[in-house]
Write a protein that binds this ligand. Structure first.
Ligand SMILES: [Zn+2]
Length: 194
């Protein structure tokens, strides 16, 4: 009984392992080319507190791949990581169009109801435009200094919370600020989805 079990185990391991390893690497090399020094290499993984942070070239130290932490993946769900001028342009266009409609209702060219809707539209798109401008500014700064922008956002949230604790009269403004940042994500997400 025990011998047949160990036999089966032996058979399965000796047959399966080479097969799966072979099929995994058929037509693939285990080495990659470094983006910086162009040498063929096996990237080395940099671990920070048990989490894989990035892989680097063993020759020149250039970053090959960045691995996302769980927190990074969570935050990335809420923002589009690619800064795009098209989104900014569309937001500005919608804000200006809404503002024009509002002015037209003021001059009695269109009805007051459209004017009211246009007023809210102008406020929402205008505020979202400013939030997107700030957002892309921070993302650009982070990528220029080759930091991860999530730390900037965490710092901003921490500062906001500290201010809210120390100056309770500012709490609603800070809440509003972060609400606008989240609203920006929703509006920009809708624009990109469309
Ligand atoms: Zn290299």
């Amino acid at each position: 009984m025990s011998s047949s079990l160990s036999n089966r185990f032996k058979v399965s391991t000796t047959f399966q392992q080479p097969q799966s390893v072979q099929s995994m690497f058929i037509g693939h090399h285990a080495t990659v080319h470094c983006h910086e020094c162009s040498r063929a290499m096996v990237p080395r993984v940099v671990i920070y507190y048990g989490q894989p942070l990035k892989s680097i070239c063993p020759f020149c130290g250039a970053t090959f791949t960045k691995f996302q932490s769980g927190l990074g993946r969570f935050i990335n769900r809420f923002h589009t990581s690619k800064p795009s001028l098209a989104v900014l342009g569309q937001l500005l266009l919608m804000a200006v169009c809404s503002l024009l409609l509002f002015v037209m209702s003021d001059l009695n060219i269109v009805s007051d109801q459209i004017g009211l809707a246009a007023f809210y539209g102008a406020v929402i798109f205008g505020v979202t435009f400013l939030a997107e401008l700030l957002f892309q500014g921070i993302e650009q700064l982070a990528s220029k200094l080759s930091h991860e922008s999530k730390y900037y956002w965490l710092t901003l949230i921490t500062i906001g919370m500290l201010i809210a604790i120390n100056y309770s009269e500012l709490t609603s403004y800070i809440g509003g600020f972060f609400f606008i940042i989240v609203l920006r994500g929703l509006v920009v997400g809708l624009i990109c989805f469309r």
